[in-house]
Design a protein around this ligand. Structure first.
Ligand code: ATP
Ligand code: MG
Length: 300
């Protein structure tokens, strides 16, 4: 089970997150990024955070610790921001927390080099969970103490939003052309060989068991939380075996636009890249420039 803590103080909203996550302190003296059950995205995004976050951890990828956070909305009464107050009021009970990584910075593909083996593992994992939210526009990767950490798995497993069609949706390919690590020559074959055998029924069942039952009950077509947990296992298990054959990387591009604010991007010196990416590129790939208009303020 995930550790259970109780929120003691709402510190500040993280405005860069679409779901308005907040930094909270808890009774274990920890500081967490909290995602709220009352957010517009709904509790399924929290289910996805737990299943995909714990699955990633089980595969040896770095994900900050996840906990459940009990929230008494009374801690929001003093919040000056109406939107935050509404969110806290709508989120009494169990919410999700992710250990806050102090001093971490958002991954910038121009500033950091990722080796093809690690890039392959992340892309393969994102293909497995059908993550549409690790693009160069919104990498959802943090760099902390020089290592890459995975965050934000809410926009994954699209099939969970329509269970009657889940089996066919889970069989679909994965287009990784816009993946933030696509330019790093991800070694998908090696990742699949290492990771697919680890995605066992046992691991998936353990991971699904970590989702609090109260986020799973009342799903139409499922008589219990365990029945719904089983559906997640059944969608992911067959996908793990073959998804590497159905990942599209598109034409590699030399550079991706920096997502850093303009003032910082100007100071970043791209690292020379020695991966096989350029060597493998088709002759005209280096000409492909898919960069959007440079955004002076670096906003998303
Ligand atoms: N564990 C963490 N430690 C430090 N900072 C974090 C952590 N988790 C998230 N953040 C910061 O908060 C931002 C928002 O978090 P996250 O992406 O999980 O929220 P979201 O609402 O799902 O965002 P979106 O859907 O807009 O990408 C991240 O981009 C990052 O800057
Ligand atoms: Mg995000």
């Amino acid at each position: 089970m995930l550790s259970e803590v109780t929120a003691t103080r709402y510190v500040t909203p993280l405005r860069e997150g679409g779901s308005l996550p907040g930094i909270v302190e808890a009774d274990d003296l920890g500081t967490y990024v909290m995602k709220f059950t009352g957010a517009g995205q709904g509790r399924k995004t929290l289910v996805a955070e737990v299943i995909c976050g714990e699955l990633a951890r089980g595969l040896g990828l770095r994900v900050p610790e996840l906990v459940t956070i009990e929230l008494d909305p009374v801690i929001g009464l003093g919040e000056p921001d109406q939107e935050v107050q509404e969110l806290l009021k709508a989120s009494g009970g169990l919410n999700l927390g992710m250990d806050y990584l102090p001093g971490s910075i958002g991954f910038d593909p121009l500033a950091y080099e990722v080796d093809p083996a690690e890039a392959g593992r992340v892309v393969w994992f994102d293909a497995l969970i059908n993550n549409v939210d690790r693009s160069w526009r919104n990498p959802n990767l943090l760099v902390w103490h020089g290592d890459l950490w995975l965050i934000d798995h809410g926009a994954t497993m699209i099939w969970q939003h329509n269970w009657p069609t889940a089996a066919s949706a889970a069989a679909k390919p994965y287009n990784a052309s816009d993946h933030v690590l696509a330019p790093f020559g991800p070694d998908i074959a090696a990742a699949a060989a290492d990771l697919a055998p680890l995605v066992t029924e046992e691991l998936l069942t353990e991971v699904a068991a970590q989702v609090p039952a109260e986020w799973l009950v009342d799903e139409p077509g499922f008589e219990s939380a365990d029945a719904l947990r089983r559906a997640y296992v059944e969608a992911l298990l067959p996908r793990a075996a073959t998804i590497h054959e159905r990942i599209t990387l598109g034409a590699p591009t030399r550079d991706r636009p920096s997502q850093a604010p303009g003032w910082l991007a100007d100071r970043l010196t791209p690292q020379p890249r020695t991966t096989g990416r350029t060597a493998q590129a088709p002759a005209d790939a280096a000409q492909v420039d898919r960069r959007p208009q440079h955004d002076e303020d670096g906003g998303k």
